[in-house]
Structure formats: C-alpha cells, structure tokens
Design a binder for this molecule. Sequence first.
Ligand SMILES: [Zn+2]
Length: 258
Amino acid sequence: MGRRLKGFLDQARRFDPTPEEVIRSEGRVVDACGRESRAPEEIIEAMVRFEQRFGGIGYKLLVGNPMTYGLRVKRHGPRRGPTAYLTEQGWAFAGIVDGDLTWGLDVLVDGRVAVDYGEPIAYRVLNRNVEQRLQSDALLAELRHRPHRSFEFRVANKVTPSIPDAGLPPVLPEASGEGALWWGGGESAFFARLHSWIYDGMDSWQLWAFAVQPSAVQDVRDLVAFRALQPVESTWCHLCGEPTTAGETCTQAPGKSA
Ligand SMILES: [Zn+2]
C-alpha cells in the first residue's frame, strides 16, 4: 500500500462497513429494464472485496464535504443496500460519494471507478481502481498546501494526453490512472486531472505545478513536456477555490484535508 497512503488512511475517519453476511444475503442486481434479482456470485465477491478493503473510509479533500467509501452510499433510484446496476462499462455498484463533486461514483465489478452524470453526459471511467484513487487523493492532500500554479488544456474526448517525460520528475504510477496523471520527486510535482468532457467533443484537463519554494514553481508553458498540449493559465484554482491572478503563484491554499 505504501507509507503515504497508510498515513493518509490512518487519519481518515472510518464508519462501520457493511458486514459480509449482509452483502451475501442482500446483494441484488437491477437490469437495464429495472428488474431486480439476486446478484450472481461474481458481483457478490466484488462487493465483499471492496467493502472489506475500503468500506467505511471517509476524509475531506478540497471543498470540505467528505469523501465516503462503502456500500451504504446510495445510487440514484430508490433501492438501498448492496445493489449492482448495468452500465455501459459493465456491472457497477454505488460505493463512493465524492464530496468535492457532491456526486456518487460507481465501482465497476472489475475494480475501476467511474462517474455517471446521466444523459447526455457520457459515462466516464476516472480511476484504474480504488487504491489508485486513494493514492491520488493522499498525494493531493499532501501537496495542495505547497506553492502552486494552475493551468488547463484540452484534448479530444477520451484521448489520453500525450506527455513526454522530458524535463519532468518521474511518473508516479501508483497515483496515476484514467483521470489523474502525476509526476513528482524532490522539490517539484505536477498533477493533471480530467475536469470535464461535455464541450465540443473535447476533454478539459486541469494541470498544476507544485514546488517547495514559491520562486521554484514552474510555468508549464515553458516545459517541453506540456508544449504540444498548449496549456493556458486557469482563471480559477480548484485547489484553492479562488480566482487566480495571471502569472502569480498560489501560496496559501485554504482549508485542511483529511
Ligand atoms: Zn491555488
């Protein structure tokens, strides 16, 4: 799991997870026509695995609403309890509420994490798995109070940004997935996060440059690695929840994570 994630989770408030016997006796699936039936073994196992590892985790990240993990969270629709729904990416169950998005996330039976905002917004996978999501949040909780600058760029829908590693610190694979890309080590770090996918067939990504010293925070437009993406400076920093000033570094991120 790694020391960073362990330390982060040690501070995360924990609720009681749903007991295994409850999942086994109450696990249901609702098919595309709304018919409900007993969940097949494969789905029950995925729910049990998820709940045993992550059920009951809770922490705050950016805006102060808690992130909560566990089968007790409720997906749209009237049914409570451990229930899987058919999505375009396969069976998924409600397992996470993202307090920053104030929206529930799906945990797919293969472990990936996705978000369903409903039509006409495309269903979208955000994380390779729950642990990757937690690693990314743990890293962000640690780095968001460091001096940083906020940028953004666009790529075609569902195209993974192509970013050569020239001049960047090493990729942090444990924290990187479909909607989060991290580079870090030593004095500097970079974080790209998928922000939206609803405009003109384009994905919008946010990109932050962090450094220990304010004067060392880089303008990503000067870095060869990001040049092809033509990033622009953001007018709003989502880490601080405040407007930015062109050319200036955020040095006082408000709020507390965890
Ligand atoms: Zn900021």
